[in-house]
Ligand binder design. Structure first.
Ligand code: PMP
Length: 399
């Protein structure tokens, strides 16, 4: 008795709150634009063909401890190539400390914990805004956060000058988190030239770049192109940290497959760092489930399945891009006097619409359309069947 009397409910997660409101709405017109998971044109989850084929290939294989170590090593090796390039020196020289992680979230959490252990006085700089869970992850690892300027609400694009100022004004050797492509929630990424300037300034300041890559392929449809920011930092010989997730890119959401890699000066340092991260993981959850890892390993090491996967990523990215065009065209056809160019200028799963919290509330109450308060639209929730209705509703609340 009395042990837990002081425990109050945790604050609602902004995205789960949207889903709850959506589920509770009986309207047949309702639309969920909250959750960032890819859907088909009927709004149903999609299992990629490469995953189906990998499932068939591994059916009946023995999910025993004896295979898990070698499988995860292979999965990590292939993942590292996706980030840094298959021919990159880091890969050849074995200079990356990579470990499998519980999807992107778990990779971030492992890194945050590693950061606290070996740089206990450090901070982490997040873009403003960023994925809401970044705040929780680094808070729980007891790393204080700071933010750097990123999004400019007036131009609905990158505030590059302010971003560069923040990088210059941060204390030397600070940790920064970047989204390498398809920034969540804004859909706004720096250009190639801007990444080069950021990377150069990071050299000057001695900052540490940590890339949270949750959407590789979703911005351009091309896995290498979406890793361009990281490749630029690599050329400039930065030691990089990277969290990778297969949730979006392979549609493996619930399987929780990801990878954390940290670049090192040599393979000896990589071995030391790998062993430290493995020890952190062991105390947190032992080891990750092996089924999803086996799927990813199978796809990445079979040339046919891999090329099928590459095609499927492109199909998903292109479809999302087309939905952006359709939504924008619909709004323009309705005679909206506002500028909707940002819908097609932004990239990836999300559109940062610029809708105000009041307009977001009206969309929910009057039109049964649900999204987060910041006006972020998950393009995955837009379908041929609802895009007219959605455009009308947005037009009504923004008149
Ligand atoms: N980072 C970012 C920026 C994300 O948007 C997400 C997914 N919403 C993640 C990491 C983690 O996703 P998961 O743990 O499902 O891989």
């Amino acid at each position: 008795v009395g042990w837990w009397d002081h425990v109050a409910p945790a604050a609602k997660d902004p995205i789960n709150g949207v889903t709850e409101a959506f589920l509770a709405d009986p309207s047949p017109f309702k639309i969920n634009l909250g959750v960032g998971a890819y859907r088909d044109d009927k709004g149903r989850p999609v299992v990629l063909q490469c995953v189906r084929e990998a499932e068939a290939k591994i059916a009946g294989s023995e999910f025993l401890e004896s295979i898990s170590a070698s499988v995860s090593t292979k999965m990590v090796e292939e993942s590292v190539k996706l980030v840094y390039g298959k021919d990159s020196d880091v890969v050849k020289e074995g200079r990356s400390a990579g470990v499998q992680a519980l999807s992107g979230t778990g990779a971030c959490r492992l890194f945050a914990e590693f950061q606290r252990r070996f740089h206990p006085e450090s901070h982490i700089y997040f873009p403003d805004p960023t994925w809401s869970n970044h705040h929780n992850i680094w808070r729980d690892a007891q790393i204080p956060e700071r933010t750097y300027h990123y999004y400019d609400p007036d131009s609905k694009s990158l505030d590059f000058a302010a971003l560069m100022d923040d990088i210059k004004n941060a204390p030397d050797s600070s940790f920064f988190l970047f989204h390498p492509s398809a920034h969540n929630p804004t859909g706004v990424d720096p250009t190639e030239e801007q990444w080069r300037e950021i990377s150069y300034q990071f050299k000057v300041k001695g900052h540490f770049p940590f890339f949270d890559m949750a959407y590789q392929g979703f911005a351009s449809g091309d896995l290498d192109k979406d890793a361009q920011a990281i490749r630029i930092f690599l050329e400039d010989e930065h030691l990089i940290g990277c969290a990778q997730s297969y949730a979006k890119s392979m549609g493996l959401y619930g399987h929780r497959v990801g990878c954390l890699s940290i670049l090192c000066v040599d393979s000896k340092q990589a071995a030391a760092i790998r062993s430290q991260i493995q020890q952190i993981a062991r105390a947190m959850y032992g080891s990750p489930p092996v089924h999803g890892i086996l799927l990813v390993e199978t796809i990445l090491s079979d040339p046919n399945l891999k090329s099928l996967w590459i095609d499927e990523v492109k199909i998903m990215a292109d479809r999302i891009q087309r939905k952006r065009t359709t939504l924008r065209q619909n709004l323009e056809k309705l005679g909206s006097s506002l500028n909707w160019e940002h819908i097609t200028n932004q990239l990836g799963m999300f559109c940062f619409s610029g809708l105000t919290p009041y307009q977001v509330d009206r969309l929910a109450k009057e039109f049964h359309i649900y999204m987060t308060q910041d006006g972020r639209i998950s393009m995955a929730g837009v379908t041929t069947g609802n895009v007219n209705y959605l455009a009308n509703a947005i037009h009504e609340v923004t008149r």
